[in-house]
Design a protein around this ligand. Sequence first.
Ligand SMILES: *Cc1c(COP(=O)(O)O)cnc(C)c1O
Length: 372
Amino acid sequence: MIFSIMQVPFLDFHYSPKEEEDIMAAINRVIKSRWFILGREVEQLEALYAQFNAVKYCVGVSNGLDALHLALRALEVGAGDEVIVPSNTYIASVLAITHVGAMPVFVEPRMGTYNINPDLIEEKISNKTKVIIPVHLYGHACEMDSIMHIAEKNNLHLVEDNAQAHGAMFNGKLTGSFGDINATSFYPTKNLGALGDAGALTTDSENLFLKVRQYRNYGSNRKYFNEVIGYNARLDELQAAILNVKLIHLNAANEERKIIASLYREGLKNIGEVQLPQIAEKATSVYHQFVIRTKRRDELLAFLHAKGIQTMIHYPVPPHLQRAYAYLGYRKGDLPIAEEIADTVLSLPIYPGLKQAQVEYVCEMIQCYFRN
Ligand SMILES: *Cc1c(COP(=O)(O)O)cnc(C)c1O
C-alpha cells in the first residue's frame, strides 16, 4: 500500500459543537455571576468529581502539584520522613515530597507496565517511611491490591497520584479512591482537562478533607482567622465551570482513547523490536498516553516526524537524574529500569477526535520503519 503524507499532530483539543457551546455558556455564567473565587462552580465540581470518583469528599485546588503537596501536608509529612515514590514518574510526584522537606525513596517500575513494582517496595521501607505514592502512569492503574497490603502491614499512609488516570480501575475500584487522600491534575492535556491550571484531592476522610480545605485557602476557614500556615492553592470559578461541562464527557472520551489503544495494539503486534504497554492483571487503563518501547527510539522518532507524525517522550530524564536533584547524589546506573525506560519510550498520538485512518497511518509508518 502506498500512503501519501498525512499530518498527525501529537495533540488536538477536540470539542463537539455542543460541548463548545456548553463551555462558552459556562464561561458566560461565571462572568455574569461576578463571583470568581470559591463559589458555586467549585462546590459543584467538588460534588460531581467526588461522585465520579466514588469518594465522599473532593477539594478543588490550583493544580496537581499543589494537590500532592497539600496531601502530604495534611498527613503531616515533613523533615526526617521518607516517602516511597516510583523512579519512573513525572517530576511533580517527587517535587511534592521535597517541598514538605521529606526524602524521596525511589522504587523501580516493572518494565512492562511502567508502574511501580510492588515486589520491590518492602526492601525500601525504613523506620522513617511515612507514605507510599503510587502513580498511575500513562493511565494504567497500579497493582493496588499488593500496594494496599504493604501499606496496611507497615502502617503507612497511601497517597495516589491520579493525575493521568481519571476513570481507571483496579479490581473494579476507581484509582483515586484507594489512598488516605489522593491527588489529581486537570492540566489541559490530562484526560479531564481544564482550559488552564486546575487540580483536586479526593478522600473518604472528613478530617483530611477539612485539613486540605483549610490549607488551600491560607490556612483559614473563616476570613482573616488563620489556624495553620496555609497556602493559596485555590481552584478558580472559571476553571471549575469549564470542568463541570467537561466532566460530563469524560467517560466517552476515555472510551475513545481505549478504542485508539486497541487499534494501536492490532496495528503494531508482531513487530519484534517494539514492546507494547502491558496492563497489570485486574487493572484497566484510560490511556492518558500510548507508550511503546524500542531500542531504536530516536531514529524512529525522526522517521515518524518526517512522515508528518508527531510523537513525544514521557519522560526523557527520570527525576533522580534531574539537575534539581543532584544533591540527592544519584548517578546514572543507580535506577537502571527507570533509565532504560527514559531511553526507549515513545508516546504515540492518542486523544478523542484522532481518526482511525490517522492511527492506521501511524501503525503503517512504524511497520514500514522496522521493515527497512
Ligand atoms: C500532570 C501531572 C502532575 C502535576 O499536575 P500539574 O497540574 O501540572 O501540577 C503530577 N503528577 C503526574 C503523574 C502528572 O502527570
